[in-house]
Design a protein around this ligand. Structure first.
Ligand code: SF4
Length: 249
């Protein structure tokens, strides 16, 4: 862990940043960690406020897109639109294992047989490689999205020492709607078709009226998170225990 990371008093900083605006948290992160800080984005409608803030506060910051190979074509188009519109510094990362290699190994698409392992290979492993080179990681998670996220702090130390930064943690769904309206932000083309939370195509379905906005993610299973926001050490131990080890890049 770097001297800077070791010296940070996260309890004191969290006490200060808990009530700070998303813009101020973002500015603090950039001033503290640049250039070793990056954001990740899934480029869905609810991602746009954070991307808009990044374009205003720190447009040079890398915005990592994890290209699993399973995204909707509309997501890739929307990503390109946002890059052109806001001048974002988007950098795509990909798993080192191809989908055909995974099918050869497992006999069927891995997301059907073992979605946790699929997320680990296609999302967490590529991010490990990136985050080993960063000191700060910005993510747009909100406390109102999942039970796991309710317990999050604005700043959290990952098991590898990296500081995870959550500028939007205290935003609500209504805050996202209001910010989008105030700044006339664009909408992912699938949102109007009922896709309120959008990830990989095989693991995303539209939601119906009254359902939680993430009910369409891994529907019909207990899975709620891809694993990026969970404890990586525990995940790595678990996946290595069942053959998920491999080069990250
Ligand atoms: S969201 Fe689905 S397809 Fe994408 S990496 Fe996870 S299990 Fe695989």
């Amino acid at each position: 862990m770097s001297d800077l990371l070791a010296a940070l008093d996260l309890d004191a900083l969290n006490a200060r940043l808990e009530t700070a605006s998303a813009e101020d948290i973002l500015r603090w992160a950039w001033e503290t960690f640049a250039p070793d800080v990056a954001a990740t984005s899934s480029f869905q409608t609810q991602s746009v406020p954070l991307l808009h803030l990044i374009s205003r506060v720190c447009p040079e910051m890398p915005v990592i897109f994890i290209d699993t190979g399973f995204h909707f074509p509309e997501t890739l188009t929307f990503r390109d639109q946002l890059q052109a519109q806001y001048g974002l510094n988007i950098q795509a990362i990909r798993p080192t294992v191809t989908q055909s290699e995974l099918i050869d190994e497992h006999g069927e698409p891995l997301y059907r047989r073992d979605p946790d392992l699929c997320c680990y290979i296609n999302k967490v492993q590529p991010m490990e490689w990136v985050m080993a080179r960063m000191r700060g990681w910005i993510s747009g998670v909100r406390r109102d999205q999942t039970v796991n996220r309710q317990a999050m702090q604005v700043l959290q130390r990952k098991s590898n020492g990296l500081v995870e930064i959550h500028p939007m943690l205290n935003w609500t769904k209504a805050d996202v709607v209001a910010y989008r309206a105030a700044h006339a932000l664009p909408e992912h083309p699938l949102t109007r078709m009922g896709y309120k939370s959008i990830g990989c195509a095989p693991c995303t379905r539209p939601v119906v009226f009254g359902e939680d906005e993430r009910a369409g993610r891994w529907a019909g299973t207990d899975k709620k998170e891809c694993g990026l926001h969970l404890d990586w050490t525990a995940m790595i131990d678990k996946e290595r225990g069942r053959g998920g080890e491999g080069e990250t890049r």
